[in-house]
Ligand binder design. Structure first.
Ligand code: 13P
Length: 287
């Protein structure tokens, strides 16, 4: 079981040695939390199950933390439970207190000094409690989803260096041209910038906006130093579309468990593909 920051650091070190990445999947409820765990177990891969603040607002942090804790204890692969894109220091602290072993404090919309100050507060609280912390540099654009950053801005190398050094944060989400949500154009990642960031920084770099980036591009980003790949929209979309399709085929009187069993098959296909992309082709990776 992954109890905290030290084990997470070990997983990132292993990923770095093998030039692979840990998959991060955003979940929305307890059903998809179990789909993610099953897919990771079947692919024998560590996995990060990530929770946006809006999921906390909908379900409650204590309940989420409790179920995640059991999931992490019982899983046959390392499972990390992560708070994603949190703008509030207080909510990060609450997540730490409720069993999340990883949190992201997103200060990307703040001026650099304030971003550093905010990240420092979370690092200070989380590290004492053995919890891993991610921050963001540059602004990763979003297609308009609430809580995300509407306008993109590439990461500035010197800002990234300062944020990393002055906060001692554990992982860094870098804005290199990816976007949250489905792309309205072909995604174009800035591999030169990624290379510079990778050379300059001694911590795992995170690729956000994984939905819709072609597999070859994700592989190239991993070869360039990305150690965590975040995917959300593609999972939610597949989940909702397959529930819709199952209801259309089977009728709304069908038991939820039977509808979910259909959805699970489709969602797991997406998850397993992403896992394989992250750990490389057969024979490579975590096995
Ligand atoms: P997508 O929803 O675009 O896959 O991005 C997910 C993400 O980066 C969550 O942090």
């Amino acid at each position: 079981m992954v109890t905290g920051r030290e084990e997470i650091e070990k997983l990132f070190a292993e990923a770095d040695k093998k030039q692979i990445a840990i998959p991060h999947f955003n979940h929305s409820d307890f059903w998809d939390m179990s789909f993610i765990t099953e897919a990771a177990e079947e692919e024998n891969s560590p996995v990060i199950i990530a929770c946006l603040p809006k999921v906390i607002q909908a379900i409650g942090i204590e309940k989420l933390g409790a179920v995640a804790r059991i999931t992490m204890e019982q899983s046959r692969v390392p499972v990390i439970y992560h708070l994603d894109h949190c703008h509030s220091v207080e909510m990060c602290m609450e997540a730490v207190d409720n069993g999340y072993n990883s949190v992201m404090i997103d200060g990307a919309d703040l001026p650099l000094e304030e971003n550093i100050e905010t990240v420092r507060k979370v690092v200070d609280y989380a590290h004492k409690r053995n919890v891993h912390v991610e921050a963001e540099i540059g602004k990763i654009k979003s297609a308009g989803e609430e809580g995300y950053t509407p306008k993109g801005e590439l990461a500035a190398l010197e800002d990234a260096r300062r944020l990393a050094e002055e906060t001692k944060v554990d992982a860094l989400a870098v804005s290199i041209g990816s976007e949250h949500g489905f792309y309205s154009h072909a995604p174009r990642l800035d591999y030169e910038l990624l290379e510079k960031l990778h050379k300059a920084l001694q911590l795992p770099l995170v690729l956000h906006g994984g939905s819709g980036i072609p597999r070859e591009d994700v592989r190239r980003a991993i070869a360039g130093g990305i150690r965590k790949v975040n995917v959300g929209t593609q999972i939610r979309y597949t989940y909702m579309k397959s529930v819709e399709e199952a209801i259309r085929m089977m009728g709304a009187e069908t038991h939820t468990a039977d509808i979910m069993s259909e959805a699970k098959k489709e969602v797991k296909k997406v998850l397993r593909e992403c896992i394989v992309t992250c750990r490389g082709e057969e024979g490579a990776g975590w096995r």
